[in-house]
Design a protein around this ligand. Sequence first.
Ligand code: SF4
Length: 325
Amino acid sequence: MAKTVLEVRNLVTTFRIDKKEYEVIRDISFDIHENETVCMVGESGCGKSVTTLCIMDLLPGNGRVISGSIKLNGQELTTLPRRERSALRGKQMGMIFQEPMTALNPLLTIGRQMTEGLMLHQGMTKKQAYDTAIEYLEKVGIANPKDRMRQFPFQLSGGLRQRIMIAMVMAVQPSLLIADEPTTALDVTIQKQVLVLMNKLKTDVSTGVLFITHDLGVVAEIADRVVILYAGCKVEEGDIAEIFANPLHPYTVGLMKAVPDVDAEEFDIQPIPGVFPNITEDIGGCRFHPRCPYATDLCRAQRPEEIEFSPGHTVSCHHVKEALK
Ligand code: SF4
């Protein structure tokens, strides 16, 4: 069994809005192992990005972790002093954002940004850091890396900036890489290259990857396991093959049906009826019940427990057996 890199248990997070606390993450648990990509999937506002911010300790001022545990390589993060926690960022944990300009400093050359990180986090000399930066720029398929090292971020295309961001994060060889929609802003061809690249670097460095996306095509391409979130709750988790072949939760089934089948003769997309709940909406029981065709009084009254349907495949639904009929 591969080593567990990240262990999240019963995480509960709230946001304070107009002097009231609202739960945005409701009792979420999952693990990520070495050399494993876990894709976290769900609609905007489901809690994917907030989960990553909890792990990275980057919640906005009105957000806080109320309870639960986040362990990185066995070390509890939620009780760690802020300074020690921030030291782990960039060293043991790396993050790639949708828009690399949010993470790259526009005033510094690529070379300066790459080498400073390596000297700070890896204790390298300037020469070692320079050579490593060149090595990783080559690994991500960047031609003329020495020239790129002298350039500023604004002189590069979006695809190049994203590759540089990946090289910068992976050069530090983090145990955990969090990628929040890293390919959404890229052309389809560049997107494919970036996914292949991330997969290769993950294997080279044995990193555990938490990949946030709403795109099931990307999930099929890169995931080992999938965690499905709905309105702050984990509703299903399983191996990629199992989730695609045998989705159990009505929301997961709805997501699958909402993807167009390019091979079908007729374009047949079936959107999930109803609207995604607002963070401030007080929905009791199962959060999906207003949109679920199988909802009963039990669903409206009581939140479903997580059950293990088959080894490694869990689901939170009162009527999963009926929903499968
Ligand atoms: Fe639907 Fe009820 Fe299952 Fe929720 S618990 S997904 S409402 S059947």
